[in-house]
Design a protein around this ligand. Structure first.
Ligand code: FES
Length: 126
């Protein structure tokens, strides 16, 4: 493969562990980029304050799919407060290298995860 895709990105793209829908999710985060048209959805299941289940559905480029899976792996098993710290920089570091034109794919995943957490917290309040 080209240098455009880091080893880590290729691993997650070729073998995503968290692809699919999570039934009875406690929080759902949806986001899309209007320029490229890519869209992401992240589902979380929370038990005792920890993310016990997480899945994604992404309609998008290879980086978007790989990074969706990567951010799910990063968040899995984390306490909600810890998962809130998973930001753009965390994912870029984990990926090894993300080419400049693909940095917005990382932003999309960050927003999807943080929106899912926000959705969970809002549902808990009501
Ligand atoms: Fe837009 Fe990857 S090209 S999310």
């Amino acid at each position: 493969m080209t240098k455009y895709y880091s080893k880590k990105i290729m691993e997650h793209f070729m073998n995503p562990k968290n692809l699919g829908k999570l039934n009875n999710a406690d929080g759902i985060g949806t986001t899309e980029n209007l320029r490229c048209g890519d869209a992401m959805k992240i589902y979380i299941k929370v038990e005792k304050g920890k993310i016990k289940g997480i899945k994604f559905e992404t309609l998008g480029c290879g980086h978007a799919i790989a990074i969706s899976d990567m951010i799910c792996e990063l968040a899995k098993g984390k306490k909600i407060d810890e998962a809130k710290q998973i930001k753009f920089e965390t994912v870029v570091k984990e990926a090894g290298e993300v080419p400049k034109p693909k940095l917005h794919c990382v932003s999309l995943a960050e927003v999807a995860l943080q929106s899912a957490i926000k959705d969970y917290e809002e549902k808990r309040k009501s």
